[in-house]
Write a protein that binds this ligand. Structure first.
Ligand code: ARG
Length: 469
């Protein structure tokens, strides 16, 4: 069945083009939203007397029957056979109620319908993403609560830099994902606009009350320009951008944990459930879950630039190129949702090895900056303090020892002011951490306050997500 057969010679069809142009295999995901939008429009056509009450009843009954059939057959779309989901619904409705089904598309176009369905899909998808993100935020906060006493090496350039609290590390990712959630929320609010009633491009020819339609379909507002509503896909691009950005955050987390779980570090062990083995090397335990998060982040970046490229250069209004938006959108938001949930589970089940972290903190001269800072407190210019401590580090690393094994006589050769206080600073990562007491730093008191703020924002977020779920 075609929705546009009249103008064409029946026999001129190329199966290759039909396969090339079908979107049913992808947009079948919109079927629920197609039912909802169709039903709302039919009711509106009834209210403005374009359809008779009896017709409305029969059309709605038919739509409901098809919907029930779809719900009870999880494989309903497997047979394919339609150009797109909108065509499928109409054809299936005709089977259900006969020729009256041909009144279904009165006054509306697939162009406003598909934009409506896609926005409805996106709003739901963002809710699901936010729930997964909430789980991950919970996991970070939970880890931060449990790991307050653990000091780990902080890195820059992946070289030992300064000691930090493990909780501070988890809360860094908490901040990133929390911002992603607010971006998703933003995106959802902007997408919350009704295209239906825009027709193919110029607007509906029947006096439909679009405000009523918006209310019925749960949209916050009506899209105010029919050309825009049927042809822009900025909401798809925005959702893909935010999805890609949260995947970037997850990808960095994945990369950290891949490194930390390698035996050379041994900071963490990944749960068996999220690891795989090697078909050849019996000893292997590989962090595949994390590698796939990293890999899928790359794929999503491609989807984002693909979606932007679709829109670039399209003349107003609808062009068939826009059909490609859905593959990108569905894959993008579903990947982000699953990756967020998976990351939460990986973090929840991670085994942490404080002994290994402690050993790593004690090597690597990570208190070097604290020594220089202490000299500064005693009046030594920072550049000079830096130089003295640098020479001491060079001496120690040349002899393959750390600050701990240093005798006073050795230390004094490089730092004339060396005394018990400096020796204690050199040997105490905990003191180093405690000194980072300015707002945002890793000192325990600051981190505890960060954690409390994180927990408060979790309460808010849980409240915001609960009622509308
Ligand atoms: N499957 C199409 C899409 O996803 C539906 C809209 C088709 N409109 C049209 N004028 N051919 O974009």
């Amino acid at each position: 069945m075609k929705l546009w057969g009249g103008r064409f010679a029946r026999h001129e069809r190329d199966p290759l083009f039909e396969k090339f142009s079908e979107s049913f295999s992808v947009d079948c995901r919109l079927v629920e939203y197609d039912f909802a939008a169709n039903a709302a429009f039919v009711r509106e056509l009834g209210r403005i007397r374009v359809l008779k009450a009896r017709e409305v009843r029969k059309l709605l009954g038919g739509l409901e029957a098809v919907r029930r059939a779809v719900r009870s057959h999880p494989n309903w779309a497997a047979r394919g056979g339609a150009e797109d989901v909108h065509t499928w619904v109409e054809a299936r409705l005709e089977k259900e109620i006969g020729p009256l089904a041909r009144k279904l598309r009165t006054g509306r176009s697939r162009n406003d319908l598909v934009a409506t369905g896609t926005r409805l899909y996106l709003k739901r998808a963002i809710r699901e993403i936010e729930c997964a993100a909430l789980h991950l935020l919970d996991s970070f906060a939970g880890r931060a609560r449990r790991h307050l006493g653990i000091v780990i090496p902080g890195f820059t350039h992946l070289q030992p830099a300064q000691p930090i609290l493990l909780s501070h590390y988890w809360l860094a990712y908490f901040e990133m994902i929390r911002r992603d959630v607010s971006r998703f929320e933003d995106c959802r609010r902007r997408a919350d606009e009704l295209p239906l009633g825009s027709g193919a491009l110029a607007g509906a020819s029947f006096p439909v009350d679009r405000t009523r339609l918006a209310k019925e379909l749960g949209f916050a507002r009506v899209a105010m320009n029919s050309l825009d509503a049927t042809s822009d896909r900025d909401f798809v691009i925005e959702a893909l951008f935010v999805s890609a950005l949260s995947m970037l955050h997850l990808s960095r987390l994945a990369e950290d944990l891949i490194i930390y779980s390698s035996p050379a570090f041994g900071f963490v062990t990944l749960a068996d459930a999220y690891s795989t083995g090697s078909s050849l090397m019996p000893q292997k335990k590989n962090p595949d879950a994390l590698e796939l998060i990293r890999g899928k982040a790359a794929t999503l970046l491609g989807r984002l630039s693909g979606a932007m490229a679709i829109v670039k250069g399209l003349p107003l209004a609808y062009n068939r190129d826009l059909q490609e938006d859905k593959t990108a959108l569905f894959e993008g938001v579903e990947t982000a949702r699953d990756a967020l949930e998976l990351a939460a589970r990986v973090v929840d089940t991670l085994e942490v090895h404080p002994d290994k972290m402690k050993a790593a903190v004690e090597s690597g001269f990570m208190t070097a900056t604290d020594l220089a800072d202490e000299l500064v407190r005693r009046g030594v210019p920072f550049a000079e303090a830096h130089e003295q401590v640098g020479k001491l580090v060079r001496y120690c690393s040349g002899r393959n020892t750390g600050f701990a094994a240093l005798s006073t006589a050795e230390a004094e050769r490089f730092i004339p002011a060396w005394d018990a206080t400096l020796a204690a600073i050199a040997k105490s990562p905990e003191k180093s951490v405690a000194r980072k007491a300015a707002l945002g730093g890793t000192a325990p008191a600051r981190v505890t306050r960060q954690l409390r703020a994180a927990e408060r924002s979790l309460v808010e977020l849980r409240k915001a997500l609960a009622p509308r779920r």
